[in-house]
Ligand binder design. Sequence first.
Ligand code: ATP
Length: 226
Amino acid sequence: MKLEVSNLIKRYKTPVLNGVSFQLQSGKIYCLLGRNGAGKTTLMKILSGSLPFDEGVVLFDGGKEFYREVVYVPETPVLLEYLTGYENLDFVSKLNHIPMEPAEMNEYIERSGLSSFIDKLAVSYSHGMKHQLALAIAQLLGPKVLLLDEPLVSLDPINIRLIREQLIHYARQGHIVLISTHMIPIASRISDEILILSEGTVFQSRNEFSEEELEAYVLNIMNVGL
Ligand SMILES: Nc1ncnc2c1ncn2[C@@H]1O[C@H](COP(=O)(O)OP(=O)(O)OP(=O)(O)O)[C@@H](O)[C@H]1O
């Protein structure tokens, strides 16, 4: 399974993405880094099908109809705020015809680290709790391509480790996981490959760096043009 992006151009008034090309393969985790305003969210929204682009080609296994294969979790997750976490999960599973016995659902909730707050209304959740629930919902849907915009920024170290392990497991089952993040230590530990968005183009590299080397590599590319 392969997601191929070729010469993608997106303009608002001026181009934000100006000839972006890269390839994502199933089974791998990719981290997308870039300065504030570089265009990471714009790129994620295009890949999720929620934002049109001006030029270029996006192909999933050679086809253009890939949006059904993609789930995008935005930086501020969208939940049904006046339902509990359990009801949110239950609603999504029923809406998408994913049959789950109560025992199976409870096991999934436990494994996802949601047990202590799953019966509270989502409106009462902290930002980190909302992200945990949104990530659990996204993985329940089982998309071939999972796009996550800053998923770990509000999480405590225990939850970061839990989510990191879940995402690695999810990718290794044959999915593509693309994570936008500013956190180099996380990118260093979680990603198979690094994508750096700078000056409207993407630099793709295997993650064979130590954390210090990755930081130097990222800063070097981000400084291009300064
Ligand atoms: N709807 C819009 N209309 C006009 N310009 C926009 C729009 N959305 C985003 N932009 C501009 O496009 C550029 C890229 O924004 P984007 O949100 O994709 O960046 P980002 O890399 O996700 O930033 P950050 O790391 O700060 O979240 C910015 O200059 C932003 O102001």
